[in-house]
Design a protein around this ligand. Structure first.
Ligand code: ADP
Length: 158
């Protein structure tokens, strides 16, 4: 049984995240999408909403589970018996940060491997930061995020 974790903030989930989820779900028997809950930073979307939206967006992928976690990722990975961390790479600019995080995680737990997946090129410009900015300025987020997420963001405006 090959189980992997795809951790992130997913604030909000984007089409780039979904692309990585679909790719990883094909590579592993089970994929746990793990939303990191950081209590000292006010999020754009509350963790419960990110959880519900990611569940809705992945409902047709039978081997994908969505959860939240707090604290150290390697501790959480061990607790759910996952030996592989999946991260997405958009551009060379992601590499330096992702490399540092992967090295830190390897130091913390040498048994856990990090695997990088490269998204489709049309999503390589996409980040949650861009979507938050578009949403804040009243723009249409539907080209950037899965349909349930776009509906939710627009619905919140009232
Ligand atoms: P974090 O706050 O942990 O960086 P994010 O939710 O921003 O979490 O991203 C989670 C992971 O998904 C990271 O590895 C990030 O590089 C990757 N990612 C984000 N957007 C994209 C995208 N458009 N294409 C590929 N990977 C992406």
């Amino acid at each position: 049984m090959r189980r992997a974790i795809y951790p992130g903030s997913f604030d909000p989930p984007t089409l780039g995240h979904l692309d990585v989820i679909e790719r990883a779900a094909r590579l592993f028997d089970e994929l746990v999408v793990a939303i990191g809950v950081n209590t000292d930073k006010a999020p754009f979307l509350p963790a419960d909403d990110r959880l519900a939206l990611l569940k809705e967006c992945t409902s047709t992928l039978d081997n994908v589970k969505v959860t939240t976690f707090q604290g150290l990722l390697v501790d959480y990975a061990r607790s759910v018996e996952c030996g592989v961390l999946v991260r997405g790479l958009r551009a060379v600019s992601d590499f330096e940060y992702e490399f540092r995080v992967a090295m830190a995680n390897r130091k913390l737990d040498p048994s856990i491997e990090t695997v990088f997946l490269i998204t489709r090129d049309e999503y390589s410009f996409l980040s949650s930061t861009v979507v938050r900015e578009v949403a804040r300025l009243g723009g249409d987020p539907s080209g950037f995020v899965p349909e349930p997420v776009a509906r939710f963001i627009v619905g919140r405006r009232g």
